[in-house]
Design a protein around this ligand. Sequence first.
Ligand code: PHB
Length: 389
Amino acid sequence: MTHRRLPKRAFLVQLACAAACVPSLAFAQAPTFKVGLILPMTGPFASTGRQIDAAVKLYMADNGSDVAGRKIEVILRDDGGVPDQSKRIAQELVVNDKVDVLAGFGITPSALAVGPIATQGKTPAVIMAAATTGIVATSPYLVRTSYTLSQSAGTMAEWVKRQKIGRVMTMVSDYGPGIDAEKTFKEHVERDGGKVVGEIRVPMRNPDFAPYLQKIRDEKPDALFVFIPSGPAVSLMKQFTERGLDKAGVKLIGDGGVTDDDTLNDMGDAALGVVTSFHYSASHDSALNKKFVAAFGKANNGMRPNFMAVGGYDGMHAIYTALKATKGQGKGMDLVDAMKGLSFESPRGPIQISAQTRDIVQDVYIRKVERKNGQLWNTEIDTVKAVTP
Ligand code: PHB
């Protein structure tokens, strides 16, 4: 594929036109409503792309592709989880394809790279995956249906305090959400006189956990709090037990990406008993979730949906609902306005898009890995209601 680079001025003019040149619906057949879906379909975060793509397809199969007189068309583009690619693809989608909304963004750097394009092109962008707390504030066109690290790490820290776990270390991926998790966790733990006894940051891509785990073993904390993004998190569990940290009495706790539903069954007994805090478990006990998990599995060779899938499914719901609310006009800030304050039942439980922040408010669960009917599940053991971002 070849890519034409536009001079900056021409690009800005085109962005402005993409925002302003709305065909009149009164005289023409209503144009298709285009969703530019940017996901990592290849590379270390490909599981995120696979999950969200499947969830978007499921939402459309469940709800049809005609909304308020508009035919919905999803244009899926692979950014490989490389932010420069996310940005270039977003420009092309806005300028050339004239998409009505951007969506997806598997990792924080991708969402941050797309924010300015959303602003310049006056194009709403729905964050279905990225989770660093501050992202949504970077553009008035951003809306989030995933979660924030302050939701998961803050809830985990409060649980640590309730359990009176004394010496805790943190290990996080060295970029936005990891640093966010580390900071939030420490702040909560130390607010009431607790102590984080060591902080480790590991490379975002291709981390080799072995040397870090050795250091943690030597330090022998009571618990290790971890944030590793979905995808690279898989190898952590294996190395944690291989290095004998479980036998040394270090309790593994963390953001729920560590016991990702997509790969939990591959982790085997090493994952049993691991406690995490998160906004979605495939074992969430509701009629809606049971239906969602069954339909997702049926459409995808038995694949279990994870938190990324739910972010994608709910993101499509927000888009559909806003398009209906604007009577099919669904353009720019009107679409964003129509998403503000939305509240609905998701497979994860009740959620709301804050009218003030455009960010997600949701229940956060403490979960424990258990084996049930031969499979591993994140069983919800406690709930903190309506946690703000
Ligand atoms: C992020 O980069 O924001 C991110 C990626 C994967 C996760 C969580 C957060 O599991």
